[in-house]
Design a protein around this ligand. Structure first.
Ligand code: ZN
Length: 374
């Protein structure tokens, strides 16, 4: 994850889709980030930083409540039942992958350890259908090699669901011991475990493409860790995923993409996935219902904020996107983009929660016919 932004949340009203009755449902507003808290508290009054309160308020919500006057409501879709056995990610195995990725050390663009992690991911995908998107990015620090890795698992329905995670580590911190255990490591290890779950089956739904994307992080200091912003983030980040979105737009692949799910910073033992207002409301609603069906809802959407991350190039191209990110990594996100982003902060349980929820989301999407308009 690269940068926090200070922007007002979007306002959602009641939305109606052709086949889905939709209500606005109250979800809590952001509470704890100083930068964002200023603008939001001006708009909505003082707010508490007690996350346990936030979580309980979300859990207490009835999904068919009438619309509230919340700043950021979550559409409530009437989803078809999913009576199959619930998904079951092996969180311990996912954590082992995270540990092995982190063991290579810092993996900034152009480094030897970055290449080792590329090889490590590819070794785990032996025999799978792969696409390698390799190019040279022109960055403020010159030309740097970028390698997106895509593994494709075929489904029975026409269409593709993307699950993405960046695996590079923060470039400005490349000369420190920063290993990005949570930031880049957790989600990349989780995707390897999701590949295990998808492999060797004919998926009863859309095809699923897993993307380990590269060069998500800014090359110049991005304002994190107390450093000043050196460049507008739009011009200096998301190199890999933007290249992939352009490529798939040019070759027609993008037309078949039904949804884009992003995992980033999902390993924190104290897991609180944000309700991201840059994501697509109906898809966020499917994610929340998937989490609720598995009993994980207290880990989701207690706070609302706009997040700029790898999903943005797909949002801009009209694809339904959901960013699953926990942007409260340590009190006030104190571990983010610091050498404190280490394995001891992570939990296999968190990887299980996010992995299961993503797989359940995919199953629900496969049963929704048609999907809401983008
Ligand atoms: Zn980051």
């Amino acid at each position: 994850m690269r940068e926090k932004r200070s922007r007002q949340p979007k306002y959602w009203g009641v939305v109606a889709f052709d086949f889905y009755v939709v209500f606005g449902v109250s979800v809590n507003t952001i509470k704890c980030f100083p930068v964002l808290a200023v603008s939001i508290s001006l708009a909505f009054g003082p707010a508490s930083c007690d996350r346990s309160q936030d979580a309980s308020r979300v859990e207490a919500q009835n999904p068919v409540q009438q619309p509230s006057e919340s700043d950021a409501s979550l559409p409530n879709l009437s989803l078809p039942p999913d009576d199959g056995p619930p998904p079951k990610i092996d969180g311990e195995r996912a954590m082992k992958y995270v540990q092995e990725i982190v063991a290579f050390g810092p993996r900034p663009l152009g480094s030897a350890s970055h290449k080792k992690v590329e090889d490590y991911i590819l070794a785990h995908l032996k025999g799978d259908t792969l696409e390698n998107d390799i190019f040279t990015a022109a960055t403020p620090e010159g030309k740097l090699p970028v390698h997106n890795i895509i593994a494709k698992f075929a489904g029975t329905k026409d269409g593709i669901i993307i699950i993405a995670s960046h695996y590079d580590t923060n470039y400005p911190l490349r000369k420190t011991s920063f290993v990005g255990a949570n930031d880049g490591g957790s989600s990349s290890g989780l995707l390897l475990e999701i590949a295990n779950q998808l492999r060797g089956k004919k998926l009863d739904g859309y095809s699923v493409w897993l993307v380990w994307d590269d060069a998500e992080e800014a090359i110049k200091p991005d304002g994190s860790g107390g450093t000043p912003n050196e460049m507008p983030f739009e011009e200096d980040s998301l190199y890999g995923i933007t290249h992939l979105a352009d490529k798939w737009q040019a070759d027609g692949t993008l037309k078949n993409v039904k949804a884009f799910l992003l995992a980033d910073m999902v390993g924190d033992a104290d897991l609180n996935i944000e309700h991201d207002t840059n994501s697509t409301p109906w898809l966020e609603s499917v994610v929340y219902q998937a989490a609720s069906r598995l009993g994980y809802q207290s880990h989701f959407f207690a706070r609302t904020m706009p997040v700029d991350d790898d999903h943005i190039p797909f949002v801009k191209r009209g694809i339904a996107c959901a960013d699953l990110i926990d942007f409260d990594y340590g009190y006030n996100d104190v571990y983010w983009h610091t050498t404190q982003d280490t394995l001891d902060k992570l939990s296999p349980k968190s990887l299980t929660i996010v992995g299961d929820t993503m797989l359940e989301t995919i199953r629900l999407l496969g049963k929704m016919n048609p999907l809401p308009p983008k």
